[in-house]
Ligand binder design. Structure first.
Ligand code: NI
Length: 169
């Protein structure tokens, strides 16, 4: 297993829509393992393939508390098929959007469809942090970042902050 580099904003690659995974082959299994290691090391609770430079529809996630050990989940070609209610995701953050947090409006509950790493079809309903995290990760697969879902003003503030940082380097 190896740790992969996480692409960060404003890299345009992050706004690319991803392609479906067609074969869950050896290469995909290796990618899943490397993505998991990258996520745990960061640490983060979710990671989309596009964030490590692969434009495929694939996410890994684990929202279990660290002290309780790892419980990795994988979703291939995920799709939100139903949603209900609204909630505010407090201080949402992203490994691809360093040094920034913001409140984001999200659905309170979602129904998701996809495949696990063995190709088994999955369909389930989630709410709370799990629903927020999955909406965030599935957004990535459509080329969307959480800063695309905040006010124009806040987004501009972040862009200015990033510009300043880039000039310093
Ligand atoms: Ni993210």
């Amino acid at each position: 297993m190896s740790t992969l580099d996480v692409i960060t904003y404003p890299d345009k690659f992050l706004s690319r829509p991803t392609k479906p995974v067609e074969d869950i082959d050896e290469k995909i299994q290796r990618l899943i393992d490397d993505m998991a290691q990258t996520m745990y090391e960061a640490p983060g609770i979710g990671l989309a393939a596009i964030q490590v430079g692969i434009d495929k529809s694939l996410i890994v996630y684990d929202i279990s508390p660290r002290e309780e050990g790892h419980s990795l989940d994988v979703l291939i070609n995920p799709r939100i098929i139903d949603s209900e209610g609204a909630t505010i995701s407090k201080d949402e953050a992203c490994l691809s959007v360093p040094d920034f947090k913001a409140d984001v409006k999200r659905h309170a509950a979602i129904q998701v469809e996809g495949y696990d790493r063995h190709g088994k079809p999955l369909r389930f309903e989630v709410d709370g942090l799990m629903a927020i995290m999955l909406q965030h990760e599935i957004d990535h697969l459509q080329g969307k970042l959480f800063i695309d879902r905040i006010s124009h003003l806040k987004r501009e503030l972040y862009k200015r902050q990033i510009k300043k940082q880039l000039q310093k380097h």
